[in-house]
Design a protein around this ligand. Structure first.
Ligand code: IPD
Ligand code: CA
Ligand code: CA
Length: 250
């Protein structure tokens, strides 16, 4: 069962959280630890039975399949390295280009978010729903900053220009450092919305379904169906248009 396998993997994350970790660099500021690799290997072995291709962040190369198990062994690696508790394992199953099952587990805060298509979304077994906020000014919004920021290119300008537009119009903005957790926090109503540029399929594969099953809406920045690689916009549905309107053009 997906949930119990991910919970077991959570023990590996927890075992590394308070220890000194060997950190390597995938880019200027993109970190990876031995625990990212250990968790991914553990999950790949335990999820073999699903007879779907496995796309793990630390080992996958190639085109993203329409049907696959997408694994982010540690989403929020920078937090994990710096002992900030927003760090989680994310596993999302997609079939024919649609999410069908997803788990996001933060073993430090002991929060397990889960959804199966058509069956609702849950936090530690309790049903969750998106928030009721209908105006941006009453909303707490989350976003993230892509690793490409160091290049100060298109992504960076989208981040800065969007912040300029949105920050003055919201209750406030958070940058927690884990896109998977950001999406789950939209699902359980802690955030009313979330947007980010340049996320990878494993960051969002589980969270997209968890938001939708909690009654929320997920699109790209043009308001169309979200596809891997798009700028993601996930909200409670009620502030969706207002948030879209205030995003910078890309
Ligand atoms: C990152 C986190 C972060 C987001 C980055 C992601 P990682 O994933 O989700 O919140 O802003 O764009 O790459 O590297 O910790 O797995
Ligand atoms: Ca990630
Ligand atoms: Ca990761």
């Amino acid at each position: 069962m997906l949930k119990s396998i991910v919970k077991e993997a959570g023990e590996i994350l927890k075992s590394g959280y308070f220890k000194d970790k060997k950190v390597s660099f995938k880019g200027d500021v993109d970190l990876v630890t031995e625990y990212d690799v250990k968790i991914e290997n553990f999950l790949k072995e335990r999820l073999k039975g699903y007879s779907l291709p496995i796309v793990g962040e630390e080992s996958f190369e190639g085109e993203y399949p329409h049907s696959a198990i997408y694994i982010d062994p540690i989403d929020g690696t920078t937090n994990f390295v710096h002992n900030i508790a927003y760090t989680a394992i994310s596993v999302g199953i997609w079939e024919d280009g649609e999410p069908v099952e997803g788990v996001v587990y933060n073993p430090i805060l002991e929060e397990l978010f889960y959804a199966k298509k058509g069956e609702g979304a849950y936090l530690n077994g309790q049903k969750i729903e998106v928030s009721l906020h209908s105006r941006l000014i009453d909303s707490l919004i989350a976003t993230g900053f892509p690793y490409t920021k160091t290049k100060m290119g298109k992504d960076f300008h989208f981040v800065i220009e969007s912040l300029k537009n949105i920050l003055p119009k919201t209750r406030d903005i958070r940058r927690l450092g884990s896109a998977a957790i950001d999406l789950c926090y939209v699902a359980c109503g802690r955030f009313a919305g979330f947007y980010e540029v340049n996320l990878k399929p494993w960051d969002v594969a589980a969270g997209v379904l968890i938001v939708r099953e909690a009654g929320g809406k997920v699109t790209n920045n043009g308001g169309q169906k979200y596809r891997f690689g798009d700028i993601i916009v996930a909200t409670n549905g009620k502030i969706h248009d207002e948030l879209l309107k205030n995003l910078a053009s890309y």
